[in-house]
Design a protein around this ligand. Structure first.
Ligand code: BV8
Length: 238
């Protein structure tokens, strides 16, 4: 992105995916040995799978929640925390990730469109509560005490969170940046087209070309831990 363009950029929307957490040691979904190779999506990331075998699904998310405590944010997360602090324009950081590494990397306003591992949703009272323990033992909901907690994550076939807010930001941003996502899952994979349609510049930072690479004006390939700090320094003009 030309230096001049970087300085003219006023409204940025960023979308991140599992690739930004890969260098922290969190499995992505679709790379070799990734989460979707270990489990069938239909079994662990759909409401039908949860209804069929709740223990399998609660155990799958308990294991991921527990693993989260053992990893650290990487330079890409810290760079986005810096961008949030120092960028003078408007920034919306949307993540498909359910981990808390953006927050632990210093970002304070993170929109988790697919929910969070560290949040529990009660199927009885529909209230959400911060949560970092296991759910397999059916603990009581902190609000209504019913033993009906599920992971507060968006499964396939469920509506992602805060879509209105995301589309409103895409409609008026002048730069859309996609980081570490395969572009395989909608509606997130369609965000680049929304941004392009209204004239925003579009940039992909990913280990390799994603399924949606051809929609991006510019694609840079390499590890997020390298590409993201460099890009943030470019945008901040330092
Ligand atoms: C909905 C949360 C409607 C849970 C997830 C047919 C066509 C089009 C769409 C559909 C269709 N059939 C069904 C659909 C809809 C469906 C969908 O898109 N299916 C796909 C499979 C075709 N979508 C949905 O169901 C969504 N909801 O549409 O609702 C609706 C309407 C009205 C009313 C009600 C409902 C909900 C989808 C959300 C599912 N939940 N996650 C959890 O985490 O367990 S999906 C999960 O996979 C992620 O959240 C993410 O969104 C998605 C993709 O994963 P990525 O993050 O991209 O990770 P991936 O491994 O795929 O790729 C990693 C990338 O990183 C790679 O490119 C790799 O190269 C790169 N990388 C690796 N290392 C690095 C790196 N990059 C940089 N540095 C590195 N070091």
């Amino acid at each position: 992105m030309a230096q001049g363009q970087a300085n003219m950029t006023q409204k940025i929307v960023i979308l991140t995916g599992a690739g930004i957490s890969a260098e922290s040691g969190i499995d992505t979904f679709r790379s070799a040995g990734g989460l979707w190779e270990q489990h069938r999506v239909e079994d662990v990331a759909t409401p039908e799978g949860f209804a069929r075998d709740p223990d399998l699904v609660l155990g799958f998310y308990d294991a991921r929640r527990e693993a989260l405590a053992k990893v650290e944010p990487n330079p890409a997360h810290h760079a986005l925390g810096r961008l949030e602090r120092e960028f003078p324009g408007e920034l919306l950081l949307v993540t498909q990730n359910v981990d808390d590494l953006h927050e632990r990397g210093g970002a304070e306003k993170v929109l988790h469109m697919h929910g969070e591992l560290k949040s529990a949703l009660c199927m009885a009272c529909e209230m959400r509560s911060p949560w970092d323990a296991a759910m397999i033992e059916r603990p009581p909901c902190p609000v209504c005490q019913a033993p009906t907690l599920r992971p507060d994550v968006v499964w396939f076939g469920e509506m992602p969170y805060q879509m209105e807010r995301i589309y409103a930001a895409l409609a008026e941003c002048d730069l859309f940046v996609s980081i570490g996502t395969s572009g395989a899952v909608y509606p997130a994979a369609g965000f680049v087209q929304e941004a392009r349609a209204q004239g925003a510049a579009t940039l992909e930072l990913n280990l390799e070309p994603s399924e949606g690479s051809h929609y991006f004006e510019e694609s840079r390939h390499g590890p997020a831990g390298q590409l993201v700090p460099d890009w943030v320094a470019e945008v901040l003009g330092s």
